[in-house]
Structures are given as structure tokens and as C-alpha cells.
Write a protein that binds this ligand. Structure first.
Ligand code: SAH
Length: 458
């Protein structure tokens, strides 16, 4: 595509879509521009900042006609932090845009035409909805700074409160910062790979009544840790304070080893009637209110009668497995993190569920092996990380010819790629596509897809 625009020149552009990074997308003739500061529906004057082979980058110079979807951003940090790309779009428009994004991926990447995508199930509460955050810690000009990494970099944007987090985060950040500053605790320096304190992670469960504070350190112990414990224990809800030891060179959030400084070694939470104990290292969904709706949707799509054998691939601490086990004959779960599987087993006991069995390992290795050994599922639930399912797993699903596959996805692009395979090669039909908003104010979209196939004998 030949660029019809010139660098540093100004153009009038209508913003017709948003990118995943939250940039406005517009066109000059047929040439696509990604516009910094542009919102879906805006008519803006832009300046071209860079021209690439197939698209250009631009920034807004002035707004000629603001979008009808615009709203005042609720957070002062949002422009720098980059965590909430859609804060300036009203919530109803966010949900419509997310639905369109799923449709777009299914058509473009999945080559799936005319698939009906249901309206996104929205959130009642759009602030303070997260139950987890990680704040990198640095020393800048002799001062301890905590915040978030700015978009696609390891530069810290200092933050003292985040509108997506519950209010206790601000008090915890303040106490930890004061402790580090007052006791002159050394802070990890990414370039020199030296220094002690790397990250603060805060997790909460049971409607914020249970809070776990984790300090990630590059070392064995934290000097004056009893003072930190004393300060944090004053904050209502703090039930555990943990050191996570991370000696990795590369940037990782949590180390493999943990030491309990105070209180419980696991976090308690619940979804519906099920109780969960969660290890610091295990993944757990970040939006509890929507997780219940998400799991109800999975349960609804599964239509279990009590006779089914179910696989829950990428099962984490077994939350979907245990949800389904109540209505199925038997549920098998598989997950790569051993601590999460230990939690899954403990959680089965805690909830008095006897028909769930869990394996540690890669879904793409464990499920094919179990299939060879005779475990054949009627329903397969997959809930992979952003990169989607491994091809070996998809091939086994095809071979197993389970009558239902329920695909829970946090990335519509890899979802579309995998659906293409299951439909074109696997003999499945898409019966329902239901997005659920787990991450309001951001461009992230969660989707639950029901795929069915005719039962093949044998
Ligand atoms: N279904 C769970 C977790 C989903 S997140 C829930 O609702 O809470 C995805 C999970 O997949 C994470 O727990 C991650 O540790 C795990 N995982 C990543 N790659 C994997 C693989 N190849 N095989 C099995 N599990 C994997």
C-alpha cells in the first residue's frame, strides 16, 4: 500500500475503530493510521509522526468533533500508565466495541463468516473490580517509586492509587514505601541486577476481607521485616504477608520460593458456593464478580446431566473443574503449575468433591497420553493463556471427537485461529459465542465459545 500521507503534515481523520493498544484507527483514502489520542467516533486533525510500509502513526492535534462515546477519564494516571486504554469511552460503547472486536477476529483470522456473537455480559461495578495487582519498585533520584510499567516498556509510571484496584491498595503502597524509605532497604536495579526489593504484589479474596501482601525480593531475607509486618497488620483485612524470593535476571513477577512473614500461606476466596484456597504462585481470575458469570456461562453451555466425563485443560487451581464436577460424572483437570494442582486437590477436599482428578503437566502432553490410556471425554473445556492452545492438544481434541468443546479465551486473536482449526479440520460447529467483560476500561476481552459435533460411533 502506497502511503498517501506525508510525515509532519496534518490531515482530517474520522476514527472508525480502536487498536488493542488503545490507539484510534482512521484512514486517509485507504491508508490506515493509528492515532494517539483518538477515540472511536472522533473527528480529529492529526499530524503524521511516522510512516511504515502498510500504515502510518499519527497524533491528535485538535478535536474537530468529539465522539459521542467520550467520557471524562476517572484516573489521573491513565494517559501515562497505559493500563486502561478505554477510560475515555463510555461503558456501553466499550461493550459494543468488544463485541465487534470478537466478530472482527473471527472473520479476519478465523475466516469464519456470519457467526453470531452475543452482546458482551457487562460488569455492574467498573471501578475497584480487580483482586490482584503487581507494582514494580525502583529507586529514582534517591526516592522509592512504585507504580506500573508504562505501555511496552520497563519505565515506571509512579502511582499511589489505581482506580481498578480496591481502596486498600493505596494504604498498602503507602506503608510499604515508607518502610523501604525509612529503613533504607536496597531496591533492585534492573540494569545492574543488584539490590533487594523488586515488586509488591497485592491479592485479595472474599470481597476484600482477606488480603495477601507479597514482597518479591532478590535475596533470602528482608532486614527489619518485623517493622513492615507491624505496619501492614494495622490495615484491616491483611491476613498474610509473604516474601517471594526471585533471583531471576529477567523480569518475572513472582519467584518460585516463598517465606511467610505473617499469617496464612494461602489466600481464601469463593466463587458462588465453592470455597478456594489459593497459593501465592497460582493463577486465579482477577475479577471475582464476573468470574462467577463466566463460570455460569461455561456450566450453562456444558448442559451436564451427570453422566459426562469432562476435561478441564489449563485448570489453574481447579475452579472450573470443581464448578462442573457438581453436575458431571467425572472431571479431569490439567495444569502446568504444581502448586496450583496442589491447591486444586485441596480445594476438591475443602468442597467435599470426590469426582475430580488433577494432573500436573502440559495440557498438550497429558491429555494425549491419557487419551491413549483410555480416558475419553464428552466435554472438553480449554482456558489457555493468551497464546492459545497448542496444536497437539487441538489434534487430540479432534481425534477424541468429544461432543462438546467449550473454549474460554482471553485473546480473541488466538481464539479465532484455534476455532478455525476446530471448525475446518476438527469437524466442529460453533453453537454460541458469548463474550464476558472481565476487564472494564481496558481493551481485553474474554469469550466463551461452545462448539459441538455429531457423535461418531466407536
Ligand atoms: N481455568 C483457570 C485458569 C486459566 S489461566 C481459571 O479459570 O482460573 C491459564 C492457566 O493455564 C494458568 O493457570 C497457567 O499456569 C496454565 N498453563 C499455561 N500453559 C499451560 C500448558 N501448556 N498446559 C497446562 N496449563 C498451562
Amino acid at each position: 500500500m502506497k502511503a498517501v500521507v506525508e510525515k509532519d503534515k496534518h490531515y482530517e481523520v474520522k476514527i472508525i475503530d480502536m487498536s488493542e493498544e488503545g490507539k484510534g484507527i482512521g484512514k486517509v483514502e485507504d491508508f490506515t493510521l493509528f492515532v494517539e489520542g483518538g477515540l472511536l467516533g472522533d473527528l480529529v486533525e492529526v499530524c503524521i509522526t511516522e510512516i511504515k510500509k502498510n500504515f502510518g502513526l499519527a497524533k491528535v492535534i485538535s478535536c474537530i468533533e468529539p465522539s459521542p462515546f467520550r467520557q471524562e477519564a476517572g484516573c489521573q494516571h491513565h494517559k501515562l500508565c497505559g493500563g486502561c486504554q478505554l477510560q475515555e469511552m463510555n461503558y456501553e460503547a466499550q461493550l459494543k466495541w468488544k463485541q465487534k472486536r470478537v466478530i472482527g477476529c473471527l472473520e479476519r483470522i478465523g475466516k469464519l463468516e456470519n457467526v453470531q456473537v452475543e452482546p458482551v455480559i457487562g460488569m455492574d461495578k467498573q471501578e475497584g473490580y480487580r483482586n490482584k495487582a503487581q507494582y514494580p519498585i525502583r529507586k529514582i533520584g534517591g526516592k522509592v517509586v512504585m507504580g506500573f510499567f508504562s505501555e511496552k516498556s520497563h519505565q515506571i509510571v509512579p502511582i499511589d492509587a489505581c482506580m481498578l484496584q480496591p481502596s486498600h491498595h493505596a494504604s498498602i503502597i503507602k506503608e510499604v514505601k515508607e518502610f523501604l524509605q525509612n529503613y533504607e532497604i536496597s531496591i533492585f536495579n534492573q540494569k545492574l541486577r543488584k539490590g533487594l526489593v523488586r515488586h509488591l504484589v497485592i491479592k485479595s479474596g472474599n470481597e476484600d476481607k482477606e488480603i495477601m501482601v507479597i514482597l518479591v525480593i532478590n535475596g533470602k531475607s528482608l532486614p527489619h521485616s518485623n517493622e513492615l509486618v507491624k505496619a501492614l497488620r494495622q490495615i484491616p483485612g491483611v491476613k498474610s504477608i509473604i516474601l517471594s524470593h526471585s533471583y531471576e535476571k529477567r523480569h518475572v513477577t513472582l519467584g518460585e520460593q516463598c517465606t511467610v512473614l505473617y499469617g496464612e500461606d494461602k489466600l481464601m476466596d469463593h466463587i458462588g458456593d465453592l470455597k478456594f484456597k489459593i497459593s501465592p504462585l497460582a493463577f486465579f481470575q482477577v475479577n471475582p464478580e464476573q468470574t462467577e458469570k463466566l463460570y455460569q456461562e461455561v456450566l450453562h453451555q456444558a448442559q451436564l446431566t451427570g453422566n459426562e466425563i469432562v476435561w478441564d485443560a489449563y485448570c489453574g487451581i481447579g475452579s472450573i473443574s470443581l464448578f462442573l464436577a457438581q453436575k458431571a460424572k467425572k472431571v479431569y483437570g490439567v495444569e502446568i503449575i504444581p502448586e496450583a494442582i496442589e491447591d486444586a486437590k485441596e480445594n476438591a477436599k475443602l468442597n467435599n468433591i470426590q469426582n475430580a482428578e488433577f494432573y500436573v503437566g502440559k495440557a498438550e502432553e497429558v491429555i494425549p497420553k491419557c487419551y491413549e490410556e483410555g480416558i475419553k471425554a464428552d466435554v472438553i473445556v480449554v482456558d489457555p493463556p493468551r497464546k492459545g492452545c497448542d496444536e497437539k492438544l487441538l489434534a487430540t481434541i479432534k481425534q477424541m471427537a468429544a461432543s462438546k468443546v467449550i473454549y474460554v479465551s482471553c485473546n480473541p486473536a488466538t481464539l479465532a485461529r484455534d476455532l478455525h482449526y476446530l471448525v475446518a479440520e476438527g469437524g466442529y460447529q460453533i453453537e454460541k459465542v458469548q463474550p464476558v467483560d472481565m476487564f472494564g476500561m481496558t481493551t481485553h476481552v474474554e469469550t466463551v465459545v461452545l462448539l459441538c459435533r455429531e457423535k461418531v460411533d466407536g
